[in-house]
Design a protein. Structure first.
Length: 185
């Protein structure tokens, strides 16, 4: 299985160079290119001197010197472009490294602040708990010493006798029958 994994790219991945290593390599390459620039500039000057030397005497040698000079100038321009690209890449890596370091520092500061707030929160909770314990202890000590609270005044009981229930309604016909029965008797 591991052989298949390596075959399909699931093996250990090679890590690229660190930013510091890349910067160092770019600086070394820049030094080489600067030396090449100096060499090409010397060659250009030599070919220019050769062209001037043979300019009137040997036109063919002068033209060959000017062609070589032109070729060296093209190489110099290409080297200048490559050197500019390398400098740009080095500066970009340096800036990225600086930015990464700033971000790590900011993250560390944020974690520190979070920890400080958490510690402060735990301290406040402990202080609150202590205050609650003190209040509870004080209440327990003063249980017997409390003054009695004034009683709530309730309305007094009425002194008159109230009827047991509502008076039955007398029908008018029944009343008339009672009066009639009394008259007859």
């Amino acid at each position: 299985m591991s052989g298949l994994g390596r075959l399909f790219g699931k093996g250990k991945k090679e890590k690229g160079p660190t930013p510091e290593e890349a910067i160092q390599k770019l600086k070394e390459t820049e030094k080489i290119l600067i030396k090449k620039q100096e060499f090409l500039e010397q060659k250009i000057q030599q070919e220019l001197q050769t062209a001037k030397k043979y300019g009137t005497k040997n036109k063919r040698a002068a033209l060959q010197a000017l062609r070589r000079k032109k070729r060296f100038e093209q190489q110099l321009a290409q080297t200048d472009g490559t050197l500019s690209t390398l400098e740009f890449q080095r500066e970009a890596i340096e800036n990225a490294t600086t930015n990464a370091e700033v971000l790590r520092t900011m993250e560390l500061a944020a974690q520190s602040m979070k920890k400080a707030y958490q510690d402060m929160w735990d301290e406040l909770l402990e202080e609150l708990e202590e205050l609650e314990q003190e209040e509870l202890a004080q209440e327990l000590l003063n249980v017997g010493d409390k003054e009695e609270e004034p009683s709530v005044k309730l309305p007094s009981v009425p002194s008159t006798h109230l009827p047991a229930g509502p008076a039955p309604k007398v029908d008018e016909d029944e009343e008339a029958l009672k009066q009639l029965a009394e008259w007859v008797s």
